[in-house]
Design a protein. Structure first.
Length: 426
């Protein structure tokens, strides 16, 4: 790709040409001294869609007007609330309708899915995952291993970057999976790594795991709404994600799960059961004997948390009208612009460097900047000057320009402030 020229006028020109720029006005942008903040933190908590309040209000009204009958009345009766979400996942993650359900929160779902897909037996008891995975995932895996009576030291294999490198080579992941061979019960990787921003080669990882007879699952917290995926075709067995990062559905908002059709349609596949996963026609007969819904819905335990789901719907509507492939095309350009601008900075390489892969197919929108000096000072300077990014100990600033609401101008202004911060006496 030709190198972008990264000037303010070029940034403004790109915003003018951008057919997705109009989506910014669908979000509330926090303010700093009367101006829009440069919000580059959609990897942590996405901004509020303006449609969120109205859609929550509709459910408050349904409750107010109908009480318990809201389960069957109102614009979206609560009894089937989770079904409002089924049409969105083909575009976002390449799933069939029967493979996805929206429920619970992410770590809870990770546990539920591991109960289904981590069933160690005999010599096959190991789990392979990336080193330095998000702590909640590490704790989830360790506790599952202990529950099954194993020592995490023996049962968990972590794949680390080579000496002096910051992210993983696919060949190293595949080699370690093959090496673990028939001792491997589960391969569990994130889609996009929260710290390095690496987008893993999920189809190759799935293939390698299946070649040794292991199940393969993905934590898509940083991938969903960031990079388009083809989970069904790639053969993932399961996946889960949260909706409050790139999917802008509000703090603690509901999670989603993917269970490949092969297992989703198998009513006898092991799982924890609850009444909301039970055959809908029989649900209110209150009878003994769990009869799983033969789709991912069969993993539901409880009735839907409607108030946390409503804003998710408002956000997914925006993704539907923007289109995930269009968002990705803009995202590549937006992050490419940021990368070019940062690499042109005088102190690039000495004061800081980008540790996210430079190959665009191996990353999402986030760039992780590793500081060799003054990282925290620069971060504080940015915060004082109207930038919201995030700081990860000991020395990384993560910046995530999000195609659905960030302008090229945001990225440009961030780059300028960063170099100012590095060169000025702060
Ligand atoms: C954000 C994130 C979580 C957070 O888990 P919750 O259960 O939603 O609090 C877990 N895992 C990964 C990889 C994440 O990025």
């Amino acid at each position: 790709m030709a190198q972008e020229i990264t000037t303010l006028s070029r940034a403004r020109e790109l915003d003018k040409e951008d057919s997705l720029a109009k989506f910014r006005s669908e979000f509330y942008i926090p303010q700093h001294n009367g101006e829009d903040i440069i919000y580059l933190c959609g990897n942590s908590l996405g901004l509020q869609p303006k449609g969120a309040a109205n859609i929550i209000q509709q459910e408050l009204d349904n409750w107010k007007e109908n009480g318990v009958e809201g389960h069957f009345k109102g614009i979206r009766p609560w009894m089937h609330y989770h079904k409002n979400f089924t049409s969105y996942w083909h575009d976002l993650i390449g799933a069939e309708e029967k493979e996805v359900v929206v429920m619970n929160n992410l770590t809870v779902n990770l546990h539920l899915l591991m109960l289904s897909f981590y069933r160690p037996e005999g010599a096959r008891f190991k789990i392979i995952m990336e080193g330095h995975a998000f702590p909640s995932d590490q704790y989830a895996v360790e506790s599952q291993v202990r529950l099954k009576g194993y020592d995490p030291e023996d049962a968990i294999i972590e794949v680390f970057p080579r000496e002096g490198e910051h992210y993983l080579k696919t060949e190293d992941i595949v080699a370690q999976i093959s090496q673990a061979g028939d001792e491997l019960a589960l391969v569990l990787f994130s889609g996009v790594q929260y710290y390095s921003g690496q987008f893993f080669a999920l189809s190759e990882i799935a293939k390698a795991g299946h070649d040794v007879g292991a199940y393969v699952g993905f934590d898509l917290a940083h991938a969903v709404g960031n990079v388009p995926m083809k989970l069904h075709d790639w053969g993932a067995d399961f996946a889960t994600w949260c909706s409050y990062k790139y999917l802008n559905s509000g703090p603690g908002a509901v999670s989603g799960i993917f269970v490949h059709e092969k297992f989703a349609t198998d009513k006898t596949f092991p799982r924890l059961a609850g009444w909301w996963g039970h055959n809908e026609k029989e649900r209110f007969k209150m009878k003994k004997g769990f009869d799983a819904i033969p789709t991912a819905e069969g993993w539901q335990l409880s009735n839907a948390p409607v108030f946390s789901m409503a804003p998710h719907l408002a956000s997914l509507e925006l993704f539907k009208s923007a289109g995930m492939d269009n968002l990705r095309a803009k995202s590549l350009q937006l992050t490419g612009f940021l990368e070019t601008q940062l690499k042109a900075a005088e102190n690039y390489g000495t004061a800081f460097e980008i540790i996210t892969p430079s190959e665009s197919g191996a990353r999402g929108c986030q760039l992780s900047l590793l500081f060799h000096e003054r990282g925290k000072e620069v971060f504080d300077w940015l915060s004082q000057n109207g930038v919201i990014a995030d700081w990860r100990e000991p020395d990384v600033i993560r910046v995530a320009p999000v195609p659905i609401y960030n302008y090229f101008e945001d990225v440009y202004r961030f780059g300028e402030l960063l170099t100012q911060g590095l060169t000025q006496e702060i």
